[in-house]
Design a protein around this ligand. Sequence first.
Ligand code: GDP
Ligand code: MG
Length: 195
Amino acid sequence: MKINYNKAAFYTSCGLAKQLPPSDRAEAAFSGRSNVGKSSLINKLLMRKSLARVSGVPGKTITVNFYKVDEVYFVDLPGYGYAKAARDEQRRWSALVDGYFAQNRRISTVVQLIDMRHPPSKDDMTMLDFLRQSGIPFVIVLTKADKLKKTERERRRGELDAELSEYADIRRIEVSSVSGEGIDELKQLLEEAMG
Ligand SMILES: Nc1nc2c(ncn2[C@@H]2O[C@H](COP(=O)(O)OP(=O)(O)O)[C@@H](O)[C@H]2O)c(=O)[nH]1
Ligand SMILES: [Mg+2]
């Protein structure tokens, strides 16, 4: 499906699973830990400076944010894994994300973001395992690629082969919301995933 990324608007923000809008079209969900660069990536894909809120302070609100992009939804899932999350916040996160995935929605693909500079966190691995078990198609997007020099990047690539050895069959795309690297490749993948 060709997607006109210029036709994008914020749709709704939900703090509870029961508030999620009906699944009336295909959607791509973006998942990752707080601060991994999810909002920045969505803004870059949509060629908008600040449609999605970029934050230096991770984790502020636990919401699922929907964007209408042409004929599909982009879904910004709440970030996980920030150190100071209180237990009741973790529970809220689980209820919301579990609720989202339990709704039989038309999820064409999940874009799982991982900071390219660091080994995947335990939470990242849990999410990857969940995605694999659920059978939802997903892709791994390695963020902040611009922060790595050429040799560091090559080293991380090799390390990631080992760290993500169970996911060797899953496509990996290196992106930067600063340089724009990988954005066209991701756009093409999303369009293909939407059928
Ligand atoms: N250098 C660099 N910084 C980035 C990139 N993407 C995000 N950031 C920065 O990382 C921080 C968190 O970004 P944000 O998009 O709010 O992350 P989110 O919490 O996953 O939505 C912000 O300070 C961004 O400016 C990137 O590709 N390159
Ligand atoms: Mg964000």
